[in-house]
Design a protein around this ligand. Structure first.
Ligand code: PLP
Length: 386
């Protein structure tokens, strides 16, 4: 039964036009690593300091994957520590918060309703219960208002500021976030889960050297397995031995044995991300998103901020007399997969919001170009204006 369902899902993935910005299609090599017998190995602890024996090979493997992280993001082991063990982006963020400010610490982040992630202190997430979060929003025009972020920071005096989003279509100014963090002596964490592949491919500014901690999932634009990494400064003026502290929170604080097959697959993805073809891929992801947003706007759709700088866009579908849920369902019936999404200052609720979110990482992996985006935009219009 399960084998049958896997076959069906493979067929579904091939058949649909996948515009979910957080999804992608990994290479055969990444899949092979994920399906390898590395899943059989227990390796609690770090390379060279394990609680189990028989780790000669996986020690080398984990060390090599970490070396690749330094190379992909062009950073030095003299300044940063790397942890490749977090099971997911959610755990990576939780470990980073606990490690940097401790339970109950004060954190400033973007609200979910305006593009932030659940794990950025939303009340239904444990992060919203375990720390004192305050949130900034985007301006009425949909762009981050850095002066407003600075004002809230001055008042709230957070110990940590989070930048990075799941539904923000514009470039992030990490330098400005650093200045704001410095103005209140806070640490800065950049959650680059969505844009890590764009950063690796050189089409989005890097959070280094501005952020003290960088977290990212590896399954989104980075096109690796489901998993996450944490990169943190070895020490900061606020926290001595920051990266060692975070390591101890990942294990044994929050997790047990690392998923060595996932870590191997991350390594394969990082090797792929350093090839010239990945730079080309990242450029095409952004070019495709621009083409899709431009054509949708030309066809009369309301695009939040009027376009995109990255791999995704937010479309307000209420002018069509539809809700995000209705639009998403209609598109799904026609084989186009998106997700419903809140738009800034939405008057509707998350379960049935005003917008849909579209992205180009998956279709670009399949080889689609700008011309295909124009066709998809017209198809979307045809489906939604019926
Ligand atoms: C996807 C995402 C996460 C969470 O990742 P999971 O692996 O789904 O837990 C965290 N932060 C941001 C900004 C994300 O986009």
């Amino acid at each position: 039964m399960i084998k049958k369902l896997i076959k069906k899902e493979i067929a579904r993935q091939k058949k649909v036009i996948n515009l979910i910005p957080s999804e992608n299609y990994v290479s055969k090599d990444v899949l092979a690593a994920l399906g390898s017998p590395l899943t059989n190995k227990y390796a609690e602890g770090k390379s060279g300091q394990r609680y189990y024996f028989g780790n000669e090979i996986v020690d080398q493997l984990e060390s090599e994957v970490k070396r690749l992280v330094y190379k992909v993001f062009k950073i030095s082991a003299k300044r940063y520590g790397v942890n490749v063990q977090p099971y997911s982006g959610s755990i990576a963020n939780l470990a980073s918060y606990i490690g940097s400010v401790g339970l109950g610490g004060k954190i400033l982040a973007m609200s979910l309703e305006h593009g932030g992630h659940l794990t950025h202190g939303h009340h239904v997430s444990m992060t919203g219960k375990l720390f004192k979060f305050r949130h900034y929003e985007v301006g009425r025009d949909g762009w981050i208002d850095y002066d407003e972020v600075a004002r809230i920071a001055k008042k709230f005096k957070p110990q940590l500021i989070v930048c990075g989003a799941t539904a923000y279509p514009r470039k992030l100014d990490f330098k400005k976030f650093r200045q704001i963090a410095d103005s209140v002596n806070a640490l800065l964490i950049a959650d680059i889960s969505h844009i890590a592949g764009l950063i690796a491919g050189g089409v989005h500014p890097s959070p280094f050297p501005y952020a003290d901690i960088v977290t990212t999932t590896t399954q989104k634009t980075l096109r690796g397995p489901r998993g996450a990494i944490i990169i943190s400064k070895l020490s900061t003026p606020q926290v001595n031995n920051l990266s060692d502290i975070i390591d101890k929170i990942v294990f044994p604080g929050l997790q047990g044995g690392p998923q060595m097959h996932t870590i191997a697959a991350m390594g394969v993805a990082f090797e792929e991300a350093m090839k010239p073809s990945f730079k080309k891929y990242a450029r095409q992801v952004v070019a495709n998103a621009k083409a899709l947003a431009t054509e949708l706007e030309r066809l009369g759709f309301k695009i939040i901020t009027g376009g995109t700088d990255n791999h995704l866009m937010l479309v307000d579908v209420t002018p069509l007399g539809l809700t995000g849920k209705e639009a998403g369902e209609r598109l799904e019936r026609a084989g186009i997969i998106v997700n419903k999404n809140m738009i800034p200052y939405d008057i509707r609720k998350p379960w049935d919001p005003s917008g849909i979110r579209l992205g180009t990482p998956a279709v670009t992996t399949q080889g689609m170009k700008e011309g295909d985006m124009i066709k998809i935009a017209r198809k979307i219009k045809h489906i939604l204006l019926k």
